[in-house]
Design a protein around this ligand. Structure first.
Ligand code: NAD
Length: 482
């Protein structure tokens, strides 16, 4: 791979203050030497973004929109190249990497549309006695400089959920990608330069989160911080960001409820979808299926179906079309999961399949009987592991699903409309997917969590709304009579 691996600041490549080797998590090969930004260089990027904002805020909506359309089109044409980058630096199976690029194209298209549909409303001033003779309306203005910090697991699409809405709204951006996935982010520099984005509107600074986080969240020129990643880091950002607007898209341990009354064929289909939701990209997905609650009528059969599917998944080279399971992002993720798995088993859980480790590779595991207070139940696994438990009563299942510090998305399979309504009303989550797995997401859906899963919503239009400030403009008439 030959990639520019410096920082992209104000439309120029700038050498990072120190160099780090980026290695392929699958085979340890060096992929590139990456320049890491220092806090001083993060300030440079923020200042470039603040300067660029002065003119970019005046760019008409149709021009911002057409830059985003152009970027979407360029990315679509370079799908194979972009997918290969994700596959190499994140060890994502190539099929999943291609699917991510296809979604990213959609995200930029939604952003292109959103740029042209930022609307306000009129305000009936004469509804108050003192408001007579006035006509008022609200407009939405860009907030200014947005800093965006992104995780490794969807390096193209989660960056797009920040970069797309920011540009649509007329803001300028400093993007800091995850340490493991800088090349996917730097790819955007080429893409947006070719699409005609003015210098300084998008700045990309690979670097270490803990070194740059404070600057990105507290510099006085920063108006908005948008973060996707782990709850621990999200909490820290929130605590230092002060009065700035902050969006936090954090983790989860998504529940899936499966009611009684399905035929075997239907259960098989649910098992197919649940296995995809639990094991796609080794479960390194914030809405990965983690806790499956199945009615006791189906629990035994369903656990068997799931274990069968888990055992059939092929592990191997991420670039191989047949591969479903790849090494976890790093050894410490594997060590953490190994410890949690051992604790669960020592506390009486039954391992139905998988759970073997070879370096950072973990074979997909299905467990039963995991205590509710074991880490595997109550923390975010973020690995290829799913727990199955049974229930006799729908209400109890809802309560159990809600006994979590997270609340991102929940999935429910039921044919009973009253149970569906009860789940929709009572499940504590940013989204409840009836007759779908919790892992189902479209890029224009409002998306975000409750509790430790974060605050704010993405889904392009919703992020654009957050990234703009409403302004009231009132016109008074009848003052000058002459
Ligand atoms: P992470 O929190 O370790 O890293 C995310 C980003 O934060 C990286 O860019 C990292 O460099 C940066 N960072 C680290 N320490 C920082 C600090 N002190 N200040 C500022 N930034 C810092 O997360 P990860 O391992 O890359 O990603 C996995 C996590 O992301 C999981 O918890 C997952 O659920 C979550 N996630 C959430 C969503 C969502 O939309 N809700 C989507 C994908 C992933």
């Amino acid at each position: 791979m030959s990639h520019k691996a410096e920082l992209w600041i104000n439309g120029k490549w700038v050498e990072g203050e120190r160099q780090t080797e980026l290695r392929n998590p699958y085979n340890g090969e060096v992929l590139a030497t990456i320049g890491y930004a220092s806090p001083k260089q993060a300030v440079m990027a923020i200042e470039a973004a603040a300067e660029a904002f002065q003119s970019f805020r005046q760019m008409p909506a149709h021009k911002r929109s057409s830059i985003l359309y152009q970027a979407a089109d360029l990315l679509e044409r370079r799908t194979a190249e972009a997918a290969r980058i994700v596959s190499l630096e994140a060890a994502k199976p190539i099929q999943a990497a291609r699917a991510e690029i296809a979604r990213t194209v959609q995200t930029y298209l939604f952003a292109a549309e959103a740029a042209r549909s930022i609307r306000g409303e009129t305000v009936p001033m004469d509804a108050a006695p003192r408001g007579e003779g006035r006509m008022a309306f609200m407009t939405r203005e860009p907030v200014g400089v947005v800093t965006a910090i992104t995780p490794f697991n969807f390096p193209f699409n989660l960056a797009a959920h920040k970069v797309g809405p920011a540009i649509a709204a007329g803001n300028t951006i400093v993007l800091k990608p995850a340490e493991q996935t800088p090349l996917s982010a730097l790819f955007l520099a080429e893409l947006f330069e070719e699409a005609g984005l003015p210098d300084g509107v998008l700045n990309i600074i690979p670097g270490e989160g803990k070194e740059l986080g404070e600057t990105l969240a507290t510099h006085p020129d920063v108006a908005f911080v948008t973060f996707t990643g782990s709850p621990a880091v999200g909490r820290q950002i929130r605590s230092i960001a002060g009065f700035r607007k902050v969006t936090l898209e954090l983790g989860g341990n998504a529940p899936l409820l499966i009611d009684r009354g399905f035929t075997e064929t239907e259960l098989e289909q649910i098992a197919d979808e649940a296995a995809t939701g639990a094991f796609a990209y080794n479960g390194q997905v914030c809405i990965s299926v983690q806790r499956i609650l199945v009615h006791e009528q189906h629990a035994e059969a369903f656990a068997g179906m799931l274990a069968e599917r888990a055992a059939a998944l092929q592990a191997g080279d991420p670039l191989d079309e047949q591969t479903a399971i790849t090494p976890l992002i790093n050894q410490s993720a594997a060590d953490r999961l190994k410890g949690w798995l051992q604790t669960a088993v020592s506390r009486g859980a039954e391992l139905l399949c998988g759970g073997e480790f070879d370096g950072s590779l973990m074979t997909p595991a299905v467990l039963r009987g995991v205590p509710e207070d074991a880490e595997l139940s109550c923390e975010e696994a973020f690995g290829p592991v799913v727990l199955v438990s049974s229930f006799a009563d729908w209400q109890t299942a809802i309560q159990q699903a809600n006994r979590s510090k997270y609340g991102l998305q929940a999935g429910v399979f039921t044919k009973d409309v009253e149970k569906a309504f009860a789940a929709a009303r009572e499940l504590q989550a940013g989204g409840v997917m009836i007759n779908d797995i919790p892992t189902f997401r479209l890029d224009h859906m409002p998306y975000g969590g409750l509790k430790d899963s974060g605050s704010g919503r993405e889904g392009v239009r919703y992020a654009v709304e957050d990234m703009t400030e409403p302004k009231l403009i009132s016109f008074r008439s009848g003052l000058y009579r002459s």
